[in-house]
Every structure is written in structure tokens, then in C-alpha cells.
Design a protein around this ligand. Structure first.
Ligand code: ZN
Length: 176
């Protein structure tokens, strides 16, 4: 297994459309194992393939405290959404920001598991929130897209400055 690099906003790969997975082979199993390891190490409760530079419809999720119930969703789709909830959200790809986001309170999900079998289940509350967040990634949507344009613009500006500061710090004196 290997730790993968998590891409950060504004990396354009985070905005790319993803394709459905058709081969449920050893390559996919290895990718899932690496994604799970990367998610647990971050630490995070979910990771979508675009976040590690793979534009395919795959997410891994584990919201348990003991980190022992890995959920792998392949080609997932929300087929029903009910009610609404508003709560704080963050993202491994959107550094230094958390904000309140409105989501469905209860959802029904269809997907394939790692063996290629069809699965269908319902999720509520925080679990439903995590799934909606991760599935957004597969459409190139980030949680900041759910915020007001003002909040988004402020974050964009802050991030730009942050990246500029980081780039300047990397310049060794006399290295120009
Ligand atoms: Zn995210």
C-alpha cells in the first residue's frame, strides 16, 4: 500500500468530470487500498478519486471512530433525497476552511461494491452528509460551491495569497 498525494484547490483535476468504472480488477483493489490508507492517514472520513488525481467514479468513506468499517462506493448515485440539514463541513482538498453547508437529511444511494455487485442503502444525518460531499467530488463540485459567491471569493483570495507566500518561502536566497 502507498500514501497518495491529495490534490488541493485550485488544482484543475478537482474540477474534471469522472468516468464510470468498468473493470473490477486487482488494479482497482490496489487503488482502493491506497485511497483508504491515504484517507485514514490524513485523517479524513471520506476521499474521492479525483482528490488523488484519478478522474473515475470511486469514493471511500469511513465515519466510524475505530476506523474499521470501510465503505467503497463505485459509480454511485443518489436516487432519492429528503429533508434538509445544515452543518459545518470541511475538505482535505480545501485547506484551512470549514463552513456551513445545506444537504439532504436522508438519502438513498445506489452503487457498485468492490466486487462489481449492485448495492443500495439509505443514509441519514452526518453519514448522508459525507456521502453527498464525496459524490459532489465526482461531478467536479467542491463544498465551497455551495457557499455564497462572496464567501467563495474571499476564500479564493486567501488561497491565492497562501500559495504566493508558500512559493516565496521556497525561494532560497541567491537562488534567483
Ligand atoms: Zn472533499
Amino acid at each position: 500500500m502507498a500514501l497518495l498525494e491529495i490534490l488541493k484547490y485550485p488544482n484543475p483535476v478537482l474540477r474534471k468530470k469522472t468516468t464510470a468504472i468498468t473493470d473490477f480488477d486487482d488494479g482497482l483493489k490496489k487503488l482502493v487500498a491506497d485511497m483508504a490508507e491515504t484517507m485514514y492517514a490524513a485523517p479524513g472520513v471520506g476521499l474521492a478519486a479525483p482528490q488523488i488525481g484519478v478522474s473515475q467514479q470511486l469514493v471511500v468513506i469511513d465515519i466510524t471512530e475505530d476506523k474499521n468499517q470501510l465503505l467503497v462506493l463505485i459509480n454511485p448515485e443518489i436516487i432519492n433525497g429528503e429533508g434538509s440539514q445544515i452543518d459545518e463541513e470541511g475538505c482535505l482538498s480545501v485547506v484551512d476552511l470549514s463552513a456551513k453547508v445545506k444537504r439532504f437529511d436522508k438519502i438513498k444511494v445506489q452503487a457498485k461494491n468492490l466486487d462489481g455487485a449492485d448495492i443500495e442503502f439509505e443514509a441519514e444525518e452526518w453519514f448522508a452528509r459525507v456521502i453527498q460531499h464525496e459524490l459532489d467530488h465526482l461531478k467536479g463540485i467542491l463544498f465551497i460551491d455551495h457557499l455564497s459567491s462572496l464567501k467563495r471569493a474571499l476564500y479564493k483570495k486567501k488561497r491565492k495569497k497562501q500559495l504566493k507566500d508558500e512559493a516565496e518561502q521556497k525561494v532560497v536566497p541567491g537562488d534567483k
